[in-house]
Write a protein that binds this ligand. Structure first.
Ligand code: NDP
Length: 331
């Protein structure tokens, strides 16, 4: 095929990474048994790092950027997919070793794709995004650890971010009492509209605290790491669980083993990038039923494809609110 289509591509010259818009053809795509016409992608913090080259995310050059996408299958030799199916890709090496979502087309192994539930179209999938899918992985992990709506309150830290907002929305719809910790108390009304019953300023949790504190939380979704994660562990009730997915405050964990050995608290690690395909399918099915779709408009905004390089700087500077949905131009 000689069709040309636009893409945002990372290249490297003289050890310097650059990201440029280019015209690609089907010959430039990866090997694979499924070809997807990409309809929407999004902008994650990791995309900001990859586009700007601020961190060595991209491991192969040239490479199409974009860690996630949703779109329609246009060719398939994979038994799980037919032409016309709507599919989503989250991570699995996209924008690292595999061409990613900032192009009109992708060709890849169908083993990496999840068919979208009928309730979720491509645009909604990217409004939810990798952040929302990660939030659902946290919820599933808490459930597996035995945390139920009647167990007690759940704390969500980094509440106004991408993971936090979806976590609040899902947990509230499931009937949990959700409390939010945020550095942006000006977002209290927004967080309450998603289902948070109480909104706490982040400061007390951000500072060094005692190894064991008053037992408050049946479960925690922690997007923040560092002292915040240590304090939430110290405040989790006997037998409760903390799902740790992020490092917005820091990658360190200045905690003791006391919550584990005296209260039987569980620390649950959450990884979205290499999560097994069956877990991904489960997460997307649950997002279809357990997330209030009316909240998606409040959580997301449209970002022009051409604005991606500028928006990458903004997401790194922390000045973007809500999830950016990027409509990918057709060929
Ligand atoms: P966002 O940037 O949208 O949100 C992060 C939130 O963390 C911010 O909105 C802010 O919330 C809070 N925060 C930022 N800086 C600090 C700080 N210094 N101290 C305390 N809180 C802070 O990111 P996402 O929600 O998309 O992702 C959350 C975390 O999860 C990130 O660290 C991300 O890298 C990680 N992640 C991990 C994945 C995995 O597979 N494990 C997948 C996706 C994301 P507020 O304004 O409410 O205080």
């Amino acid at each position: 095929m000689t069709t040309k289509f636009p893409a945002l591509v990372a290249t490297k010259a003289d050890a310097e990474q650059q990201s440029n818009f280019q015209e690609l053809s089907f010959d430039d795509l990866d090997e694979g048994d499924v070809t997807v016409a990409i309809e929407y992608s999004t902008l994650n913090y990791k995309d900001g790092l990859a586009i700007s080259g601020a961190a060595p995310i991209v491991q192969r050059f040239p490479l199409v950027l974009g860690i996630d996408f949703a779109g329609k299958v246009i060719a398939s030799e994979h038994s799980d997919f037919d032409v016309g199916d709507l599919v989503v890709l989250n991570g699995f090496g996209a924008s690292e070793r595999l061409n990613g979502g900032y192009a009109s087309y992708a060709r890849l192994s169908g083993d990496l794709l999840v068919k979208l539930p009928s309730e979720i179209d491509s645009k909604a999938a990217m409004a939810i995004g990798t952040a929302g899918y990660t939030a659902m992985l946290c919820v599933l992990a808490l459930e597996d650890a035995g945390v139920q709506p009647d167990s007690g309150p759940i704390l969500v830290t980094g509440a106004a971010g991408g993971v936090g907002t979806v976590a609040i929305s899902v947990l509230a719809k499931l009937g949990y009492r959700v409390e939010a910790s945020t550095g942006r108390v000006s977002e209290e009304g927004f967080l309450k509209s998603l289902g948070a019953q109480t909104v706490h300023a982040r400061d007390p949790l951000s500072a060094a605290g005692k190894p064991l504190q008053r037992e408050v939380w049946a479960g925690v979704v922690d997007c923040v790491g560092s002292h915040t994660l240590a304090n939430t562990l110290a405040q989790t009730c006997y037998g409760g669980a903390v799902a740790a997915c992020g490092l917005a405050q820091g990658a360190d964990l200045p905690a003791t083993v006391m919550p584990f050995i005296l209260r039987g608290v569980s620390l649950l690690g959450i990884d979205s990038v290499q999560a097994p395909i069956e877990r991904r399918k489960q997460a997307w099915e649950r997002l279809a039923t357990d997330m209030d779709p009316t909240t998606l408009d409040a959580l997301s905004f449209a970002l022009e494809f051409e604005q991606l390089p500028a928006a990458a700087q903004e997401i790194l500077a922390g000045t973007i609110r809500g999830r950016a949905i990027v409509e990918i131009p057709t060929a």
